[in-house]
Design a protein around this ligand. Structure first.
Ligand code: DAH
Length: 357
């Protein structure tokens, strides 16, 4: 019978000499693998008579255990050596000079959303969101938009099929989030909803994807005075002009009654637009008292609850505030444009710290 001592020495020498995980694996396979030395010897037990088999089996088992212990110890030794090597080689050089030129810029759309949110945040509004893929009910029906309304037509709205074949659409405004919020939460409600919106429209002043921000306040006694107060305050804070003239012009939206569009004072003398001066007006948002039918559609009693809503285009107010002349440039991802119109990463807008540079 082959001497186990010789085999044992040979295997342990291999294990002790292994400097890497790969070499150790090779040693393991050579000893204990499917046709490893120890495995082959175990197979040979079958040919022995019972007494010899018992003795040899016990010897082989204790050898196997010794090898397994040696393998584990070698693994520990290799792991420690690998770690020590990494600690030496991957050391961070803290003396490297800091890169002063920061490439990244906050996109004007993100910045403008942050500004709007921070102004309404100070008034107690919190941010709400809703899905981009909507259905007829939330985007149109619940908002009292009649079946024949032009916005519902194929050429204005992107329709798509849901997974069950049902008709879906890309939301055409952020107003469906009003519906979702009123159906899911009990008043009092004060939300602001920034987000993407989609319309089948593409020219110099329209993009198929754009951004809006919606506002909604519902309580028992919210009235037109609250709407006016909040929106005047918003316009003056956003454009950072203390006495900015703000005008409420009667208008029509299916989901509000009465409805008003909000204009701010400006001058167009000499071809240039100047906000806050002169006798001209510039429309910036739509608003109104939430229509009783919309409240009822969401399960609210119009005799006990009422409120106001408003909606505006983010790109539009960003263009006005930051003098960005072309809507299409927002989505071109042109780094030179972003370097020019973008904001530093730490320029976080707040009423106390200033809304922008
Ligand atoms: N959803 C309107 C649009 O996309 C904007 C709007 C107007 C929203 C008046 C409102 C509102 O909440 O009260 O043109």
């Amino acid at each position: 019978m082959e001497s186990l001592d010789r085999i044992r020495d040979e295997i342990l020498r291999l294990i002790d000499g292994a400097a890497t995980g790969v070499a150790l694996d090779e040693a393991r396979v050579a000893a204990l693998g499917r046709s490893g030395q120890i495995t082959e010897l175990m197979k040979g037990l079958r040919a022995l008579d019972p007494d010899a088999r018992r003795q040899r089996g016990a010897d082989l088992n204790s050898l196997k255990q010794e090898i397994e212990t040696a393998l584990a110890a070698a693994q520990g030794r290799i792991d420690a050596a690998t770690l020590a090597g990494r600690l030496v080689n991957e050391r961070l050089d803290m003396t490297l000079p800091v890169r002063t030129e920061i490439e990244g810029r906050i996109h004007p759309i993100s910045q403008t959303i942050d500004e709007v949110v921070s102004i309404f945040g100070e008034m107690g509004f919190s941010v709400a969101e809703g899905p981009h893929i909507e259905d007829d009910f939330h985007n149109f029906t619940a908002l009292n938009i009649p079946p024949e309304h032009p916005a519902r037509q194929e050429q204005d709205t992107f329709y798509l099929q849901g997974t069950g074949g049902e008709r879906k659409l890309l939301r055409t405004h952020t107003s469906p989030v009003q519906i979702r919020t009123m159906m899911a939460h009990k008043p009092p409600l004060r939300i602001i909803v920034p987000g993407r919106t989609f319309r089948s429209d593409h020219d110099a002043t329209h993009s198929p994807m754009f951004h809006q921000v919606e506002g909604l306040m519902i309580d028992r006694a919210v009235h037109m005075g609250h709407l006016k107060g909040c929106l005047i305050e918003f316009c003056r804070a956003f454009f950072d002009i203390e006495h900015l003239p703000v005008r409420f012009r009667p208008s029509y939206f299916p989901f509000t009654e009465p409805s008003a569009e909000v204009d701010i004072g400006c001058s167009r003398e000499g071809g240039g637009l100047k906000i806050g001066a002169g006798g001209d007006w510039l429309e910036i948002l739509g608003s109104g008292m939430v229509h009783p039918k919309v409240l009822a559609n969401c399960g609210l009693d119009p005799d006990t609850h009422q409120g106001f809503a408003f909606g505006m285009g983010i790109e539009r107010i960003a263009m006005l505030k930051y003098g960005i002349p072309d809507l299409r440039t927002f989505y071109e991802s042109d780094l030179r444009w972003l370097r020019h119109y973008g904001f530093a990463a730490l320029d976080i807008p707040s009423l106390a710290g200033g809304l922008a540079r």
